[in-house]
Design a protein around this ligand. Sequence first.
Ligand code: ASP
Ligand code: MG
Length: 420
Amino acid sequence: MARLVMKFGGTSVADLDRIRNVARHVKREVDAGYDVAVVVSAMAGVTNQLVEWCRQAAMLHDAREYDAVVATGEEVTAGLLAIVLEGMGVNARSWQGWQLPILTDNAHGSARILDVNGAELIKRFKDHSQVAVIAGFQGMNKDTGRVTTLGRGGSDTSAVAIAAAIGAERCDIYTDVDGVYTTDPRIEPDAQRLKTITFEEMLEMASLGSKVLQIRSVEFAGKYKVRLRVLSSLTPPDLPVAQEATSGTLITFEEDSDMEQALVAGVAFNRDEAKITILGVPDRPGIAYQILDPIALANIEVDVIVQNIGRDGMTDFSFTTHRNDLKKTLDILQNVCRHIGAREVLGDDRICKVGLVGVGMRSHVGVASKMFRALAEEGINIQMISTSEIKITVVIDEKYMELAVRVLHKTFDLDQPQRP
Ligand code: ASP
Ligand code: MG
């Protein structure tokens, strides 16, 4: 029988009524003949509360105990959903990460999944038609046997990993939005639901700040070729299976699809960033390394990097980091500057990143100039530009973020019904 993974996020299991609703979604697929593994998040707000308690207990705490605490949110939901399913006459049992097991590395707090053993799940599908309800977000440290968690939003990654392990036909991610949109509908009400998006586009959207899926889950799905679908858990659970199957957004592999790809899939943005500029940097080999190496050693992620052409032996060097890392970065660079003889370091936390993403860009010219013209017509100054094969990102003043998103959305006709 075909296997299916269904994953439900925190808002979808926020209370017992919603958990009952989730159970009806599960029963529909079971009745349609699927062997189902369900992965659940903690009830909305629970993980935040658990994290907060750890912080209050001690600002600096052992990450292993943090994991012991925050992993419990999902355990509650898994047990409750199994109880409700049983009550509806569906054979079900709950599972914690260590029971399968889901093995991870030892990076407590943001562990990576190394292996999932799906053998027992498959055996129970066959022997007892038993639905597996698995606590998301958690695994087991392969060296110590202690509970680990996968980083915030990690249940998405649990679901994809389990789908890969049991050879599921698809992994359906049920959430509080009904799919992936051309941009955030809270900023552009005319944003359209994408019926399909490719993995690469989804990765770029996630890296630009789209929060629909944890980025690691998309990487994982790409690597293990798991078909992913994002859809709403708030639709009626008794929707006919065929109709349900066409809702949401299917994340496709480019090589599987023979359709003409739209030029641009969406506009993404991120306002959690800051820009750092070093003025009067001596223009000689090794300078970029001397600036960025101490930043990397401090575990600070760097994104857009720009260096001007040198003049009179001097150049300027800019890059972006997460806003929370701005102060730390400036502190480090004060020393570096003195060391390399640069003139001055400036930090600006009132910037944002706005980007266009689309695999169609590969085969089309003029996307960048059309984008820059649209921004110019609104008087929006571009501070930095970076491009990849399927993405163009600009750094601008954060006060123009919403305007830029709306203008670009319109310029690339994203307010029209999207890809079939
Ligand atoms: N409950 C965890 C969180 O809030 C994991 C998840 O929901 O994916 O981050
Ligand atoms: Mg989530």
